[in-house]
Design a binder for this molecule. Structure first.
Ligand code: FES
Length: 162
């Protein structure tokens, strides 16, 4: 635990084929990592909409981890490449809005990489602990709801044509 008692809440959007299975393996192998993660199983990292990340941050998550299959291993061929483009763009937009881009992270974890999953979680929790809580959200008075909505729209438009 951090000195100030802050324990980050990290929403983890994990591809069911790889990263989710890797998280499962970490658990069944009794590998220790901090219990700060809220795991959410998704069909593929490429299915993660930018709006989900923003909604998670607005709903009280301090950070969002997206986990997918390694490049070349996506069960839908190119979903993880799409995720990579989306996350890069989203991080840029978040930075423009004054939200530290480190609050969104993308990792490749295979079903056999329980140890890697545990390592990623330890590392990310440590990083977000040092960063502190995500305050205000994108629907706060500094960035009203309408701003969050237009960010989502802008990101999704670029993604669709990107
Ligand atoms: S199926 Fe895992 S990232 Fe696409």
């Amino acid at each position: 635990m951090a000195e100030n008692g802050f324990e980050p809440r990290i929403a983890a959007l994990l591809c069911r084929w790889c990263a989710y299975a890797g998280a499962d393996l970490a658990g069944t192998s009794r590998l220790s990592y901090p219990p700060n993660m809220i795991p959410i199983r998704v069909p593929c990292s490429g299915r993660v909409e930018p709006s989900w990340v923003i909604e998670a941050l607005n709903a009280g998550a301090d950070a969002v981890l997206i986990g997918g299959c390694h490049p070349g291993d996506c069960h839908y061929v190119s979903g993880n490449y799409k995720a990579r483009r989306r996350v890069a763009l989203l991080r840029r937009v978040l930075g423009e809005l004054g939200v530290d881009p480190a609050r969104v992270r993308l990792e490749w974890v295979s079903a056999s990489e329980g140890a890697k999953f545990a390592r990623v979680m330890r590392d990310y929790v440590e990083e977000i602990r040092a960063l502190g809580p995500h305050e205000g959200g994108l629907g706060s008075s500094t960035a009203p709801e309408a701003v969050a909505e237009s960010v989502v729209e802008a990101v999704e438009q670029v993604v669709q044509h990107g």
